[in-house]
Design a protein around this ligand. Structure first.
Ligand SMILES: [Zn+2]
Length: 442
């Protein structure tokens, strides 16, 4: 039998190796049958005859898969609807146990307003720079009836692990810990930080609390949101606002008996569309599929009967700003324009944010973490259509790249999954980044 050189790795199943390496593999206990000794990892080498492929030991890989499944098994839904909202503490406490086991100093920081929710900051080593591997611990709510697999079962089938949070993004936390196991504090010249946050899917309160505390956790950061292992350095922001006009109802036969909120909203919409045109003429970024900022009129409700003057009217809008446009400036411009438009009439104008919003994110193409992620993945850093905690980490002075296994296409969907074939490449990339930003030569 013609055998290749021994290589170190973490396998999940023989077929995963076959798929990932595109060759047959033989997994073997370190030190046995001539494999290198002294590590708890598996070793494998290519063989010309693919069968029988025999697994002798899978200690690390089976632990990793078990841990991914353990995290999936703990419900940690976050939602702005109180009936769905849950604590994330059980996930945080389990991560804390695993991280303490391998020498990390662990801080669990409960959210001020929600002591049943917490962020976790775990640090190995010390120094002024360092690398942060970050992920959120919460998931979106789910519709159990539409899942083929148990959302909390972590079912392994079809070369995938299925479950709520499998791609978005509990698996990344288990993977980051698995990659970190291979380093000890004395190996590190700069700190390695594992950050697990609360409430990313609802209020981003976890990331907001970190930003409010104002303490950078490292110089470089990776957020392991599912990007199919392609680095991302930019996304648009999100601003959602309710615009309300209160007028006066009255009999339709005489306009003097009321003040029509609907007619006022007609002026508001006209002004919004003019403003949108100006924003789109002024801001442009060809890296995005939709190159300009967008402003959508998503919901309107006003009045009741055709024979009554409309007493109040409410419009919901959604703005997706490009990097370089801040939510605070946009809100100020929105309020200023509409207040100016209606200042002489009887209608009362008010605004209400529909949620706190997400800032647009941009990490420079020249940032060291972007360059390193591009080199390790072989993919140029791109953009995504979803919001992340990246802007908060960037605001703290950490240069942040979004990079993780699994696909956003299956996130927030029934039968969310992580391909098993993504596990080994993720570990390779994370090891490379830790070595580069925290290792002896960092
Ligand atoms: Zn996510």
């Amino acid at each position: 039998m013609d055998k290749g050189a021994w290589r170190q790795g973490l396998g999940i199943s023989t077929s995963q190796y076959l798929q990932y390496k595109d060759s047959a593999a033989w997994l073997i206990t370190p030190g046995a049958n001539g494999a290198p000794a002294g590590s708890t990892s598996c070793y494998y080498r290519a063989v010309t005859t693919p069968s029988p492929v025999k697994i002798i030991m899978l200690t690390d890989s089976s632990r990793l898969l078990a841990r991914i499944r353990q995290l999936i098994a703990i419900p940690s839904v976050s939602s702005v609807s109180p009936q769905f909202d849950q604590s994330n503490r059980a996930v945080i406490d389990l991560l804390a146990t695993w991280l303490e086991e391998i020498g990390f100093a662990v801080r669990v920081e409960p959210l001020l307003e929600r002591p049943d929710k917490a962020n976790l900051i775990a640090t190995l080593g010390a120094g002024p720079g360092g690398l942060v591997l970050a992920g959120h611990t919460d998931t979106v709510p789910f519709d159990a009836g539409r899942w083929r697999y148990d959302p909390f079962g972590g079912t392994v089938a079809n070369e995938r692990v299925y479950g709520l949070g499998s791609a978005d993004m509990k698996s990344f936390l288990a993977l980051a810990i698995a990659a970190a196991r291979e380093f000890s504090a004395r190996d590190l010249r700069q700190p390695l930080v594992i950050l697990a946050t609360a409430d990313e899917e609802s209020s981003m309160e976890g990331a907001r609390a970190l930003a409010a505390a104002g303490k950078p956790l490292g110089r470089h950061a990776v957020i392991g949101e599912p990007t199919d292992l392609k680095p991302v350095r930019m996304h648009k922001g999100i601003l959602m606002e309710a615009i309300r006009l209160d007028g006066r109802s009255g009999h339709s036969s005489n306009p003097a008996l009321g003040a029509s909120a609907l007619e006022g909203m007609y002026l508001v919409i006209g002004e919004l569309l003019r403003w949108r045109g100006e924003l789109q003429a002024r801001y442009r970024n060809p890296l995005f599929e939709v190159e300009g900022p967008t402003l959508n009129l998503g919901h309107i409700h006003g009045g009741d009967n055709p024979n009554r003057i409309c007493g109040d009217c409410e419009l919901y809008i959604d703005i997706r700003p490009l990097p370089g446009m801040t939510l605070a400036e946009l809100r100020e411009a929105l309020h200023g324009r509409l207040n100016g438009l209606l200042k002489d009439g009887e209608l009362k104008l008010s605004f209400k944010p529909l949620f706190a919003g997400i800032e647009a994110m941009e990490t420079p193409a020249t940032a060291a973490i972007v360059r390193a992620a591009e080199a390790l993945t072989g993919a140029p850093a791109g953009v995504v259509g979803f919001g992340t905690e990246g802007p908060y980490l960037n605001a703290l002075g950490m240069e942040t790249v979004i990079l993780g296994p699994g696909s956003i296409d299956c996130a927030h969907q029934p039968d969310e999954f992580l391909p098993l074939a993504a596990i080994q490449p993720t570990l390779d990339i994370l090891r490379g980044l830790i070595g580069q930003f925290c290792g002896k030569t960092a």
